[in-house]
Design a protein around this ligand. Structure first.
Ligand SMILES: [Zn+2]
Ligand SMILES: [Zn+2]
Ligand SMILES: [Zn+2]
Length: 308
């Protein structure tokens, strides 16, 4: 319980006179003074409408409008009910905020003034938990998984993973996710027929370990700068790209190269846990000792006559 709303017998009394002008001020503001308490700065005030006793600074009584915490709580509960909420408790950290139970059953924290606006019909309550679920299900319907806010900080964008497709991560405007006006930049329509690149990239993790990634993309540089790299300060570079006639050819070739690398050098496949939070990808990263081999594989592909 808040120390200002203890039952009256639990306030320690303080000796001293109660001045008449204090009583007059208290009376005018809806209270009676029942005693001096705690120290020379405090009085106990009894609310003339509900009888609740609370502690008030004398300075506060004389210079401001003291509020009865019990009447205040009743008002908050009434406001909440009219707004379709249940008042749970005041936020002990912020006197203008409380916790409420929303109609959906979730707990929300709102400013008291906001609840007044809701009950006046000026705004609607939007439960953050329900809203996150709505966005997640919008994405699921299109085969994507909502991962979180836009890593580049644009409030109208989110970060999604192409869960039902190639698994690539992509920043997509939420409005486009709702309407479907976007395509996976990794495997979308238009991708299959367009030119694509195999690439090798080098990354240096925070602990100094060097890694090499082999992959394909329509735009390796954008993939590196906007998708793979999380910390802008992480040293990374594109070591080589090889243009492929189509996305399909790129993905086929890339998969074959990974199969050869995994079979010949299983020990060089790096555990994703070691780069989680630094490189935005789930697999297909190798220890840098494979770099010369990967570069020579790419070189071999680049010099092959183009397949039909
Ligand atoms: Zn009261
Ligand atoms: Zn909810
Ligand atoms: Zn995709």
């Amino acid at each position: 319980m808040h120390p200002d709303t203890l039952p009256p017998e639990q306030f320690s009394s303080y000796p001293g006179a109660i001045h008449t002008h204090w009583q007059e001020a208290a009376h005018a503001k809806g209270f009676n003074i029942t005693g001096r308490i705690r120290d020379r700065y405090h009085l106990a005030l009894r609310c003339r409408s509900c009888g609740h006793v609370h502690a008030s600074r004398i300075f506060n009584l004389m210079s401001a409008e003291p509020q009865c915490p019990a009447c205040m709580l009743q008002r908050l509960e009434r406001d909440a009910e009219s707004a379709g909420l249940v008042h749970l408790q005041r936020d002990p950290e912020h006197r203008h905020y409380s916790f409420y139970r929303a109609a959906c059953g979730h707990e929300v924290r709102r400013q008291h003034e906001m609840v007044k606006r809701i009950l006046a019909g000026k705004v609607a309550l939007r439960c953050e938990t329900c809203h996150a679920a709505t966005e997640a299900s919008e994405a699921r319907k299109r085969g994507w998984m909502l991962l979180g806010p836009d890593p580049e900080g644009d409030p109208s964008y989110r970060l999604y993973a192409h869960a039902a497709g190639c698994g690539a991560l992509q920043r997509i405007a939420r409005a486009n996710m709702q309407t479907g006006r976007f395509e996976c930049s990794c495997c979308g329509q238009g991708w299959a027929a367009a030119h694509s690149y195999l690439y090798a990239m080098r990354f240096t993790l925070a602990n100094g370990r060097e890694l090499v990634k082999l992959g394909y993309s329509r735009d390796p540089e954008s993939r590196l700068l906007h998708q793979l790299r999380i910390d802008r300060a992480m040293p990374c570079e594109i070591l080589r790209t090889v243009e492929m006639a189509s996305g399909h050819q790129a993905i086929r070739t890339e998969k074959a190269l990974h199969a050869r690398l995994r079979a010949a050098h299983p020990e060089a496949v790096v555990d994703p846990a070691s780069y989680r939070g630094q490189i935005r990808v789930r697999s297909e990263i190798y220890d840098a000792t494979l770099t010369p081999l990967i570069l020579s594989m790419l070189h071999g592909i680049g010099t092959q006559p183009a397949a039909a």
